[in-house]
Design a protein around this ligand. Structure first.
Ligand code: AMP
Ligand code: FE
Ligand code: FE
Ligand code: ZN
Length: 284
């Protein structure tokens, strides 16, 4: 049975490997397809798609958006986005600008704690990609402030830690509408125990298409429970490793392709995408 991975990061956001290197790794592992789902950008896709064409790996144009849920921040994966769309580019550009602003606020917080880091260093660590806390964490490691990235999150950058700055998040419906309008398909990422029947119903009511069932933060029991709900509510199951690279990873990460997501899940997403881009066919 062919295996795919529908949640993967590269240097276009906070991953460690260049998009083409991610695809080379997928080819070596014999994966049939991957979705590159960088945070707030699709800039890694052209290189990934070119590498995929050369190596026989299907590369799906994905993205991981951050949106507001009733509990706080939720991540929304999107699949089959158009490579070029003015509205989507403008939206993503705005989110990335907000990321820079937030990185600056985090740096100011760290400075007030007596830690000598600059926004410039953080931006160099991001190397043109969508900047996030992992880049700040890598600077803190390089400066010897903390021993590793995990410690940077535990001590300073994580939820309720002294340098935590919340994102300014759009409502879910804004992003699901944008993605759907472009023929794309959405999935709520790593919901863990928040994937209750009532929450999934609410999310479905704001045009969510799918739910991430397999994810390194979901144990077997959680994944089985979410899959049952997804089937009951006629949502689509998705899954992926959320791979960011090999080093400096917390224990609840998986390696690329490790979750053995069946190709049939991708086929169902693709069919929904096809219906959306050719609605006349769906009617006749
Ligand atoms: P941000 O988008 O700036 O809020 O950063 C969130 C990203 O940080 C997530 O997508 C993960 O890639 C990463 N992350 C979160 N917690 C940890 C951790 N404990 N160690 C390493 N990376 C983490
Ligand atoms: Fe990330
Ligand atoms: Fe995420
Ligand atoms: Zn992710």
């Amino acid at each position: 049975m062919a295996v795919v991975d529908l949640h993967v990061h590269s240097t276009a956001s906070d991953g460690e490997y260049e998009p083409a290197a991610v695809v080379r790794r997928a080819a070596k592992l014999g994966l049939a397809a991957i979705a590159l789902t960088d945070h707030d950008t699709i800039a890694g896709l052209p290189d990934a798609i070119a590498a995929g064409a050369a190596l026989g790996v299907e590369v799906i144009t994905g993205c991981e958006f951050s949106v507001a849920a009733h509990w706080g921040e939720m991540h929304l994966l999107a699949y089959f986005l158009p490579a070029e769309d003015g509205r989507l580019s403008a939206y993503l550009e705005e989110q990335r600008a907000k990321r820079v602003e937030r990185a600056w606020k985090i740096v100011v917080r760290l400075n007030s704690l007596g830690i000598d880091v600059t926004l410039d260093e953080v931006m160099v660590a991001a190397d043109g990609g969508a900047v996030g806390r992992p880049h700040v964490a890598r600077v803190l490691v390089a400066r010897g402030v903390v021993p590793d990235v995990d410690a940077a999150f535990r001590k300073y950058l994580g939820w309720r830690r002294p340098a935590f700055v919340p994102k300014n998040l759009p409502p879910i419906a804004e992003v699901t509408a944008l993605v759907r309008g472009l023929g794309g398909v959405t999935s709520a990422a790593h919901l863990k125990d928040r994937a209750t029947r009532s929450t999934l119903r609410k999310l479905r009511a704001v045009s969510l298409d799918g739910v991430e069932v397999r994810h390194p933060m979901h144990d077997e029991v959680t994944a089985r429970r979410i899959l049952q709900l997804v089937e009951e509510l006629h949502l689509l199951p998705t899954g992926g490793s959320d791979w960011h690279g090999d080093g400096q990873e917390p224990a609840d990460r998986a390696s690329l392709g490790e979750l053995g997501v069946p190709e049939a899940w991708l086929t169902a997403i693709q069919e929904l995408h096809q219906q959306r881009i050719s609605p006349s066919e769906a009617v006749t």
